[in-house]
Design a protein around this ligand. Structure first.
Ligand SMILES: CC(C)(COP(=O)(O)OP(=O)(O)OC[C@H]1O[C@@H](n2cnc3c(N)ncnc32)[C@H](O)[C@@H]1OP(=O)(O)O)[C@@H](O)C(=O)NCCC(=O)NCCS
Length: 410
């Protein structure tokens, strides 16, 4: 495979809500064995957005952090893309609010991408194309994944909720991750596995079918990327996947190993099963801590796993190859190979969101349910007070007045 110029991720940052629900609490309230959520799905906590925290506020906070932490001049940003499936307007893109609130240059191409959880990967590869075409003229792209995953109280999807934003600066001198354009494989098929009708605040999902659609998309996108290679995993130090819930990464890794071995793997066959356990323990499990603590953040889930890898092992794995797989229901997918940049280790501390996560507030189930109900009305509220939701020190949505959304830094 021919490697081309090293375009890739130059800066990364996460921002998410100030509160979370512990999944053991949720399981107890729903009369479910907690092990179903913690072991069966692999989730421990899920971030819960208050009515004052939306896709715009999280995207702005993540974008500002990425720019500041990596010393990037906002005037260098020539493309801004926000990938989201939970925007705040049918017409006006989240990206244009973000452009304003970050104070970016007016000479900037700005838009929103929507394809369920795939929107940010679509933005990332589009911005790489923008750079490779020469149109960027040395400028950088800011790509932000920002979402609030809402399935509704008491639904099967409820334990796989979450919220958060990941911002990435894309450049031709990436300090974190070089992505090989020639290794990018794509896949599209019209399926009804997950969708959100215009009349609904909550996503609808055919959950078990969506898992099959995801795995089929992984197999096809990987074949498009690298062909029928039986030896790819051996050369990879990490395999990162879209993570709607942590157990999905295990299922995905199993599918990849099955493709390489040319056989189904089951617990009944000790040797291939052990091989799968070992490969997963080395290439996937260490990089899923943030996903287990934050939950599903839709477009940003894959990149949350990338942050986890870089904060823990950016230096140790410098120069090593990894794979990334993005899936969006409906469905669209991309599989690609990348190399961890030589200087990635220097940035480990700057991208680590541990302090923010440590400061989060644990909600009781009653508080969580009240928050969800308040969220249903938030778009129509004229005045929202962040303090009513225990918030201070940030950018917040404070209500819709005269049909216009208002954002204030408190
Ligand atoms: C993912 C989803 C379908 C699972 O919901 P569900 O049907 O209620 O859950 P399941 O009965 O399949 O149980 C989930 C897992 O927990 C396991 N489990 C169940 N009870 C358990 C217990 N007491 N202890 C340990 N594990 C348990 C199940 O065996 C299953 O594991 P497996 O998939 O390895 O077999 C649901 O959360 C959903 O719809 N999510 C939204 C859509 C989504 O995320 N799709 C992913 C692709 S994009």
């Amino acid at each position: 495979m021919k490697d081309t110029i090293p375009v890739g991720i130059d800066a990364l940052a996460f921002s998410g809500p100030a509160a979370y629900v512990d999944l053991a609490d949720l399981a107890t309230a729903r009369g479910v064995d907690p092990a179903k959520f913690t072991k069966g799905l692999g989730q421990h906590r899920m971030a819960i957005a208050s009515p004052c925290e939306d896709t715009v506020t999280m995207a702005v906070e993540a974008g500002a952090r990425a720019i500041e932490a990596f010393g990037i001049d906002p005037a260098e940003i020539g493309t801004l893309i926000v990938g989201t499936e939970t925007g705040v307007d049918h017409s006006k893109p989240v990206a244009v609010y973000v452009h304003d609130l970050l104070g970016l240059n007016e000479r900037c191409r700005t838009f929103e991408t929507k394809h369920a959880c795939y929107g940010a990967m679509a933005g990332l590869t589009s911005s790489m194309d923008w750079i490779a075409s020469g149109r960027a003229r040395g400028r950088k792209a800011l790509v932000i994944a920002s979402d609030i995953a809402n399935y509704g109280l008491g639904t099967p999807g409820e334990p796989t909720q979450g919220a958060g934003a990941v911002a990435m600066v894309v450049s031709e001198q990436p300090r974190l991750l070089e992505i090989q354009p020639a290794s990018i494989g794509d896949y599209t098929r019209q399926v009804m596995d997950f969708w959100r009708p215009l009349y609904s605040k909550y996503a609808l999902a055919d959950g078990q079918y969506s898992i099959q659609c995801y795995l089929d998309a992984l197999a096809s996108a990987r074949e498009d990327a690298v062909g029928a290679r039986p030896d790819l995993l051996g050369g990879l130090q990490a395999c990162l996947y879209h993570v709607p819930f942590v157990k999905m990464a295990f299922k995905a890794h199993q599918r990849e190993l099955e493709m390489e071995l040319g056989q189904a793997i089951s617990k009944d066959e000790a040797e291939p099963w052990q091989r799968l356990q070992d490969s997963y323990a080395r290439r996937c499990a260490p990089w899923l801590t943030l996903n287990a603590e934050i939950g599903n953040i839709y477009t940003g889930s894959l990149f949350l796993s990338l942050i986890d890898l870089l904060r823990k092992a950016g230096g140790q794995l410098a120069g090593e190859r990894i794979s990334l797989f993005s899936y969006g229901s409906g469905c669209g997918a991309t599989y690609c190979l990348a190399t961890i940049a030589a200087q990635a280790g220097e940035w480990q501390g700057r991208i680590d969101p541990a302090a923010e996560l440590e400061a989060r507030r644990r909600l009781s189930i009653e508080e969580y349910e009240n928050m969800v109900r308040a969220g249903e009305q938030a778009d129509r509220q004229q005045n929202l007070a962040p303090a009513d939701f225990g918030l201070s020190g940030g950018l917040y949505y404070t209500g819709t007045r005269d049909d216009r959304r208002h954002y204030e830094r408190i």
